[in-house]
Design a binder for this molecule. Sequence first.
Ligand SMILES: Nc1nc2c(c(=O)[nH]1)N[C@H]1C(S)=C(S)[C@@H](COP(=O)(O)OP(=O)(O)OC[C@H]3O[C@@H](n4cnc5c(N)ncnc54)[C@H](O)[C@@H]3O)O[C@H]1N2
Ligand code: MOO
Length: 395
Amino acid sequence: MAAALLPVAEAQQRLFARAAPLAEEEVPIALAAGRWAARDILARRTQPASALSAMDGYAIRFADLPGPWEVIGESAAGRGFAGAVALGQAVRIFTGAPLPPGADTILVQEEAAREGDHLALAGEGPLRLGGNVRARGLDFVEGDVLLRAGARITPAALALAALAGHATLPVRRKVRVALLSTGDELVAPGVPLEPDQIPETNRLLLAAMLADLPVELIDLGILPDRLDVLEAAFRALDCDLLVTTGGASVGDHDLVRPALLAAGAEIDFWKIALRPGKPMMAGRLGDAMLLGLPGNPVSVFATATLFVRPLVAHLAGAADPLPRSHMVPLGEPLPANGPRADYLRAELVGGSAFAATIQDSSMLRTLARATCLIVRPAGAPEAKTGDSAEILDIA
Ligand SMILES: Nc1nc2c(c(=O)[nH]1)N[C@H]1C(S)=C(S)[C@@H](COP(=O)(O)OP(=O)(O)OC[C@H]3O[C@@H](n4cnc5c(N)ncnc54)[C@H](O)[C@@H]3O)O[C@H]1N2
Ligand code: MOO
């Protein structure tokens, strides 16, 4: 009697519960892009540190409108005006330059007429006190929490942290991910093929799918369907996460599980209520987490989307490691689903999702065309055109 298949969400939570995020390290800020913050990141300074002009023009006192004014000096970014602005006075000012004491508003130069030191209004002028001025602390104030622990260090977050006075950032160390393919039929892409051989694609696919994550890849190559060879490779393992592909099912040549067990691994679970990707296994071998993915390339894509990438993100300290989904209308009806959650290769056309007609887990052409996966929960009833469906964007 077959064991019950594990629901996807439960499998994800079990994976996260099995492994704590990796150790913290402080890295130069330029190297922190794409990592996750290991601690809350606080502002070490106030931005702007003083009121600045948002435009090129003249710093004036709002109360002096409609002018005229005497121009008494200049304030440029990096070189503020030393004095103060008094009744009837103005200071030539440029974008990003400090607002001189006494001034409170910027008259943009397009609305000003200047002759020598004489300045007159030549347009509508600023409509409110503080117009075109960036107040002190507009962006943030010293001590503000700018990024929570577990937040991704996006390009914008990186620039923000630098502006907030950080030269280094606390992150989790990179995840050392070992990739290994199994199968006697597999040869490196481009190598002339004997009958019954095919080009190996799963490591390439996985490496590309991990390229935006903080990983150090360890390529363990293609191994044959031999218990002793696989076991020896597993015993010699030195990584945080081992990802194998192929040999995960129940055939006589599906040796990953027995080889892992022989090498001393604990298998936490095997077989998910998922299509494609059912035979995935997860466990631990010494200090390493392991994910044994099925061999079919589309199963690799699905399990990498749902488990490998999220586990890498979790190990790298992500508070929110799961892929983001959103709802779109279906472009066509879909039949009722069976007991496995189905991730259908689909295209978005005019905002609606259309599933490919043939959903075979070997078909890379269909996968390469797809721009999203439609999530069909286990046991979902028939769906009509226009019904709302959850999708994961993949392109
Ligand atoms: N009797 C049963 N048979 C199968 C079951 C089952 O439950 N009972 N499950 C099926 C499902 S679902 C899947 S998925 C596959 C997965 O099997 P394996 O993980 O053992 O995968 P392999 O047999 O090694 O390979 C499957 C397929 O993929 C090709 N492959 C494998 N590795 C690569 C690679 N690195 N690059 C490119 N292509 C690869 C391989 O040549 C096979 O064609 O099992 C079903 N069977
Ligand atoms: O679940 Mo398998 O991954 O469909 O082909």
